[in-house]
Write a protein that binds this ligand. Structure first.
Ligand SMILES: *[C@@H]1O[C@H](CO)[C@@H](O)[C@H](O)[C@H]1NC(C)=O
Ligand SMILES: *[C@@H]1O[C@H](CO)[C@@H](O)[C@H](O)[C@H]1NC(C)=O
Ligand SMILES: *[C@@H]1O[C@H](CO)[C@@H](O)[C@H](O)[C@H]1NC(C)=O
Ligand SMILES: *[C@@H]1O[C@H](CO)[C@@H](O)[C@H](O)[C@H]1NC(C)=O
Ligand SMILES: *[C@@H]1O[C@H](CO)[C@@H](O)[C@H](O)[C@H]1NC(C)=O
Ligand SMILES: *[C@@H]1O[C@H](CO)[C@@H](O)[C@H](O)[C@H]1NC(C)=O
Ligand SMILES: *[C@@H]1O[C@H](CO)[C@@H](O)[C@H](O)[C@H]1NC(C)=O
Length: 321
């Protein structure tokens, strides 16, 4: 504590005692000041009269007298880390007067940290822009703006008061465009202290680049398409094979019936399928003698072979019993 401050405080105390009830104390309303945490504040102690006595600034904080004139003294109060009330006192015409400086400490945005994730994205896909402003207070009136080049992508103004400094966080999801790779992304924090009697504090993050890749084909889609192509090929092959086999089978059948025709011609003198009706009509007459003998012989060998050999010309008749 400076001897200055102690003496001033004692004077103020004495003056308050002596002047109590006199009702002549000229008291100006407090002046509100916003000071960044740990920073200094210049205090201009100005008396209401031109020839003040004992012009002092009362504070327990470290202070330096920078400049002095008859009516005012300019002090630098250093390292202000919490809310303070500074008292500027002087005597004018034998009357003690005070002026209060109400100092509110704020935590300005000292760092603005911008993160893009992922840092490398395919055009047309989502990516996240995140901006963090550590240890700020008051949060109220803080605006965090996300920029692409000079274009505002997103902004957010915080509301509500927090007694202690805290991190302000803003996150925004957006789609990557091809041209995004040619711009710098940045984040700007703006602390507006005008409603608290302060100014506006700005801070911008380091620029960040986004790597935009050509859109990758969706692997799931690729698999589905591949499976569909394979299925289509299998189907086409199946249809083709069916066609080939049916052709083959048809030809085989024609050849077979031609064989049978030849056999029938041998045994029967030409029994065609179209002759069957004729045979049906001539059932009761029984097969010709030569054929009957051959059929009987085959029947003895094996019934299937018999059926094969007989072909469609073999029809149940009274002769086969
Ligand atoms: C201090 O305040 C007085 C009165 O307002 C003014 O005349 C003077 O120039 C100020 N001093 C400084 C250093 O600003
Ligand atoms: C005031 O400043 C001096 C040196 O400049 C330092 O040693 C002292 O700790 C400071 N006091 C306060 C209360 O900050
Ligand atoms: C500022 O104040 C803090 C605590 O109030 C103290 O720890 C620090 O040493 C001070 N710094 C200076 C330069 O006086
Ligand atoms: C000083 O400012 C603080 C915060 O802004 C407020 O709570 C307090 O009432 C003020 N004091 C005076 C005397 O105006
Ligand atoms: C926030 O963005 C809107 C448009 O999106 C704009 O009108 C407004 O001025 C911006 N606010 C700040 C503080 O940049
Ligand atoms: C952005 O997307 C992520 C998932 O990718 C999600 O967790 C997050 O909540 C989204 N953020 C916003 C602000 O929509
Ligand atoms: C992006 O930022 C880098 C580094 O600060 C700078 O060199 C470059 O010129 C910027 N590009 C654009 C398009 O602003």
């Amino acid at each position: 504590m400076s001897p200055f401050g102690g003496w001033g405080m004692l004077t103020a105390f004495l003056v308050l005692l002596c002047c109590r009830g006199s009702g002549v104390k000229a008291f100006q309303g407090p002046e509100h000041l916003m000071v960044g945490s740990g920073e200094f504040q210049l205090i201009n102690c100005t008396a209401s009269c031109t020839d003040p006595k004992k012009l002092v600034l009362e504070t327990h904080l470290n202070k330096t007298l920078l400049e002095s004139q008859a009516q005012w003294k300019l002090f630098k109060v250093a390292n202000i880390s919490k809310d303070e009330k500074l008292l500027c006192s002087f005597t004018c015409g034998g009357r003690q007067e005070t002026k209060v400086f109400n100092i509110t400490v704020f935590y300005p945005p000292k760092q603005v940290l911008l993160t893009l994730w992922p840092t490398s994205v395919a055009a047309g896909t989502l990516f996240t822009i995140e901006c963090r402003v550590p240890a700020v207070a008051p949060l109220e009136g803080l605006t965090v703006t996300l920029l692409r080049g000079t274009e505002i992508l997103y902004n957010h103004t915080f509301v509500g008061t927090a007694p202690s400094p805290q991190d302000a966080m803003v996150s925004h999801n957006t789609t990557a465009h091809r041209e995004d790779g040619h711009h710098n992304f940045s984040c700007e924090a703006q602390m507006d202290l005008r409603s608290h009697g302060g100014g506006v504090v700005h801070r911008v993050s380091d620029p960040q680049r986004l790597e935009v890749k050509e859109p990758e084909p969706n692997t799931q889609m690729v698999i589905i398409i591949a499976v569909l192509i394979v299925l289509l090929l299998v189907f086409v092959t199946f249809v083709f094979l069916c066609f080939v086999f049916s052709q083959k089978w048809h030809r085989g059948r024609t050849e077979n019936s031609m064989d049978r025709g030849a056999w029938r011609a041998a045994v029967h003198g030409g029994c065609k399928e179209s002759d069957m009706t004729e045979h049906r009509h001539s059932e009761s007459e029984g097969p010709p003698a030569g054929q009957e003998r051959l059929l009987e012989q085959t029947w003895k060998e094996t019934p299937t072979k018999f059926a094969e050999k007989a072909g469609p010309c073999l029809l149940p008749g009274p002769w086969s019993r």
